[in-house]
Design a protein around this ligand. Structure first.
Ligand SMILES: NC(=O)c1ccc[n+]([C@@H]2O[C@H](COP(=O)([O-])OP(=O)(O)OC[C@H]3O[C@@H](n4cnc5c(N)ncnc54)[C@H](OP(=O)(O)O)[C@@H]3O)[C@@H](O)[C@H]2O)c1
Length: 340
């Protein structure tokens, strides 16, 4: 087997990260897979370096082929095409390398028609949205006894703020799979994309009257704010607080929330890596099962992809784009095997 190459972050505040450097090949432990990473997608968190220690290897999202299986793994075999989300901060799990480890419990098989570049856009966005929609907002998993995707609600509305983000796009598709009518916000430039995901009503988040327009269209008790800036949380809370019906509104946010909320709105923070934390095994099993069903049935559309050149060695350019907030309805994808 060839040697491994990785983008290694030596310490907090490191400057340029490229070029990728040689690093040991990890060995899969119990319940783990060694994966040849064909595509690794970039996320905002990569530039935040929320890691336990340095040096570290970044990257949450991966798609590739199984190179070896650890003890106790029966659902996967060498050469299977898969996608997975990084389960923890340890370097062996970072996807910005040619070979990394993954937990079989959070890995799905890919249909032959789903390209690695496309599949790599899904893992973190899916788990973030799914924890929000299903774990925190309490929407039952839309799966029937045969394991097929099947709606669980009807005639109810769901709000997704920021539907052109990768998390928002996944949330729209999860809400639609569950049977909701979806009202969402995006910039006008991305209305066509958000519509193509199945959104029923799309409004411009920059419209000063957007909150009034949402309230005039839909009676809402559930929302996911995929942006979670103070202004977007406040807008979602206003929508939910006036929904009436005597019940409580519930909002899932993707960044820590510390603002005020009225008594009739519950705000809950998503932390995607929690899916792999001890005590969350049942949740992880259900969410991975749903992810597999959605992917197998073609019900989870990947985010639009921009493949970065030179494999992992364009990571500095990608991070500059992320920090400059120049990413709109798109995922930057690196192909580690093409690192030159
Ligand atoms: N808690 C967790 O575990 C977790 C996990 C993953 C991500 N996150 C967080 O979730 C957020 C989204 O991540 P992502 O990967 O989905 O980001 P992304 O795809 O890079 O988001 C970019 C999109 O955000 C949209 N946007 C920006 N400001 C907006 C606003 N005020 N209202 C509505 N849309 C707005 C832009 O829309 P237009 O271009 O249409 O203007 C753009 O398409 C990030 O803050 C990330 O750190 C948290």
């Amino acid at each position: 087997m060839s040697k491994n190459l990785a983008v290694v972050v030596p310490s907090v505040g490191s400057g340029k990260l490229a070029p990728a450097r040689p690093i040991d090949l990890p060995t899969p432990g119990e319940g783990e897979l060694l994966i040849k990473v064909e595509a690794a997608a970039q996320n905002p968190a990569d530039t935040g370096w929320l890691v336990p220690s340095f040096p570290t290897v970044l990257g949450y999202d991966g798609a590739g082929t199984v190179a070896a299986v650890g003890a106790g793994v029966s659902a996967f075999a060498v050469n299977d095409r898969v996608a997975w989300m990084r389960p923890s901060g340890e370097s062996v799990y970072g996807t910005y390398q040619q070979y990394c480890l993954a937990k079989a419990s959070g890995t799905v098989h890919l249909p032959a028609t789903l390209l690695f570049d496309d599949a790599a856009t899904l893992p973190l966005a899916y788990f973030t949205a799914a924890i929000g929609v299903h774990t925190l907002l309490g929407v039952p998993l839309p799966l029937d006894e045969a394991g097929s995707v099947s709606p669980v609600v009807r005639d109810e509305w769901f709000l997704v703020w920021g539907a052109s983000s990768s998390v928002g796009a996944a949330a729209v598709q999860l809400a639609k799979a569950a049977g909701f009518q979806v009202i969402a916000t995006a910039s006008q430039e991305n209305f066509a994309y958000v519509k193509s995901l199945g959104t029923d009503v799309i409004l411009d988040y920059r419209d000063p009257a957007v909150v009034n327009k949402i309230q005039a269209t839909a009676s809402l008790s559930l929302a996911l704010d995929a942006i979670s800036q103070p202004s977007t949380c406040a807008a979602c809370i206003t929508v939910l607080s006036s929904a009436g019906a005597g019940g409580k509104g519930k909002l899932a946010v993707v960044l820590p929330f510390s603002g005020p909320a009225p008594d009739n709105v519950v705000v809950r923070d998503v932390l995607a890596p929690d899916a792999f934390a001890p005590g969350h095994e049942h949740e992880l099993e259900g969410l991975t099962r749903l992810w597999q069903a959605l992917v197998s049935e073609g019900r989870l559309r990947p985010h639009p992809v921009k493949v970065m050149p030179h494999g992992l060695n364009s990571v500095d350019e990608g991070f500059d784009r992320q920090r400059g907030q120049k990413i709109s309805a798109q995922k930057l994808v690196y192909r580690p095997q093409e690192t030159v």
